[in-house]
Design a protein around this ligand. Structure first.
Ligand SMILES: Cc1cc2nc3c(=O)[nH]c(=O)nc-3n(C[C@H](O)[C@H](O)[C@H](O)COP(=O)(O)OP(=O)(O)OC[C@H]3O[C@@H](n4cnc5c(N)ncnc54)[C@H](O)[C@@H]3O)c2cc1C
Length: 501
């Protein structure tokens, strides 16, 4: 091993990988990052994100520690609330039906704030997350749902800042580098085999960190592990996450862990392209459904649109849309809530119909049964508890009563034209199944023993998310576990190296 070319090789070029690279470098390791995508498409799913981070915070003081230029006006007009360790753990437990690994959850939650502060020190700029996680109500923004900051410039801004930091730290990055397998010697993993445009190379290292994302962009694996119909889902992000990192670790005895038939998937523009578009990454999102009714081809509602804030339901509703006849649905809105719909509802490529009567509207809603739709709306309008005031910033309890599927909050009758409807299908974000790691970021085998020299972080780690996901925990998890994996990999590499001297 004394002839290893690098201390640490990081496989992948998204947020988890770059955090691992920065952390390994901070602990004195020489680091090579191998990114499968070409440079102009670098950054994985992380580059497609809105850049939101879910961290523990106590309100203004924590926010100010990562947004030092927060203005007095912003402070005066904003209720940031607080988000405690207990609330975060409770959210993770509740939405994953208490399947999430408690050690992973504790680590994520307890290291969240310090990791965002660490990223800030690495040069990532943060902003308060106005707009998406706080609506202005009676002159004041009030945050709901635990996410108060986002990287400036969204996912692209985040990844750009991380690549700039990596460059400052003299980490070498190679693009178009598809890692295909791991090299293993007597002392454990000792490098990787890489395909550079059809030319194979072996690159040696004392430790490897896998951060190559999940398998959401692999149509065959989706169908195999998520089930029938998943071949038809749209991929919201990068085309390069095809499960390579998971496969190469399983090939050398790593343990498969977490919710392999589960994934994060959302309502997404019905006619969106097969993969995400980096220059307009979230324009196909359709997250205003808590203020809508969602109907299927039969003209029927099929889910409680207002069960919770959208960031506690959006990641599991994509699957439910996919399960509807034809794998699509429509979000239908009254004009009273138009102002609550984000810009993506007005973006190019949106399948939208609008009309002054419900009869005209449904005639324009492709593939929907008109009489059933009109009956659904009649029954819905008649069942709303109208004496409860509507408030988008709290779970307002303005519900329906007596329907087969009631709406729990934000029930607005469809009675003030123009009415609008948007066609959606299922967009897959990332997969939940992956590898098992310990709290040092080491990949474990089936006997729960670390595989020497192999570390992992990000979407390819299983055990944190099951069935659902609290919005903005993906970047946070990638950062926390990337930082840990980088530090452990550096420690492992330098221990081998000094043992040799
Ligand atoms: C549209 C969208 C919006 C989102 N918004 C948010 C948000 O606001 N907040 C949040 O927390 N999460 C969000 N997410 C989820 C978030 O993207 C992920 O949780 C997070 O980015 C995962 O980071 P990662 O580094 O594990 O994976 P990625 O960022 O996907 O990185 C994986 C990397 O591995 C590379 N790779 C794959 N195979 C190989 C190989 N064989 N060899 C070398 N490299 C390889 C890929 O090219 C890529 O660079 C969003 C996702 C999408 C798609």
């Amino acid at each position: 091993m004394s002839d290893a070319m690098f201390d640490v090789i990081v496989v992948g070029g998204g947020n988890a990988a770059l955090c691992a690279a920065l952390s390994a470098r901070e602990h004195d390791a020489s680091v090579l990052v191998l990114e499968r995508a070409p440079e102009e498409q670098r950054g994985g799913n992380s580059a497609y994100t809105g850049g939101g981070f879910r961290m523990v915070h106590d309100g203004v003081e924590t926010v100010r520690s990562v947004v030092p230029d927060l203005t007095e006006g912003e402070i005066a007009n904003t209720d940031f609330g607080e988000y405690t360790v207990e609330q975060y753990l409770d959210d993770l437990g509740r939405v994953t039906q208490w399947h999430c690994n408690p050690d992973l959850a504790e680590t994520l939650v307890r290291q969240s704030t310090q990791t965002v502060q660490w990223l800030h020190k690495q040069g990532v700029r943060f902003l308060p997350r106005f707009g998406r996680y706080a609506f202005k109500h009676e002159g004041k923004f009030k945050f709901f749902g635990g996410t108060v900051v986002e990287a400036a410039g969204g996912g692209r801004g985040l990844v750009q800042a991380e690549y700039a930091a990596v460059k400052r730290q003299q980490v070498e990055v190679r693009y178009g580098a598809r890692v295909t397998s791991l090299l293993r010697g007597k002392e454990g993993v000792r490098g990787v085999r890489v395909d550079f445009a059809g030319v194979e190379e072996e690159i040696t290292a004392r430790a490897v960190v896998l951060a190559a994302g999940g398998f959401e962009a692999n149509r065959e694996w989706r169908t195999r592990y998520l089930g029938p119909g998943w071949d038809m889902a749209k991929v919201r992000g990068t085309r390069y996450n095809t499960g390579d990192g998971i496969r190469m670790a399983l090939d050398i005895g790593a343990q498969a862990y977490g919710h392999w038939s589960g994934c994060h998937s959302v309502s997404w523009e019905r006619y969106a392209p097969d993969f995400g578009e980096l220059d307009r990454p979230i324009t196909a999102s359709r997250n205003g459904y808590p203020f809508s009714i969602m109907v299927n081809a039969e003209g029927k509602r099929f889910v409680d649109e207002g069960a919770d804030f959208r960031n506690y339901t959006y990641a599991k509703y994509g699957r439910i849309v996919l399960e509807q006849p034809g794998g699509f649905a429509w979000h239908v809105f009254d004009s009273q809530v138009d102002h609550l719909l984000h810009d993506e509802y007005r973006s190019k490529g949106t399948t939208k119909v609008q009309a002054d009567t419900l009869e005209e509207l449904v005639a324009r809603m492709e593939d929907v049964n008109p009489p059933e739709f009109l009956r659904t709306v009649r029954e819905y309008n008649a069942s709303i508890k109208r004496d409860v005031p509507f408030n988008p910033n709290v779970k307002d309890g303005r519900c329906t009563q007596g329907l087969a599927i009631d709406k729990s909050n934000w029930a607005v009758p469809l009675e003030k034209p123009p009415f609008s409807a948007y066609a959606v299908t299922c967009g897959i974000t990332f997969t939940f199944g992956g590898l098992k790691i310990d709290m040092e970021g080491r990949v474990l085998d089936i006997a729960d023993q670390p595989i020497a020299g192999l570390h992992a972080a990000g979407e390819l780690v299983g055990g944190l998310f099951y069935f659902n996901y609290p919005g903005s925990s993906g970047l946070m998890a990638g950062s926390v576990f990337g930082r840990i994996a980088g530090r452990t990999a550096a420690g492992h590499a330098l221990a081998i190296s000094s043992a040799r001297v």
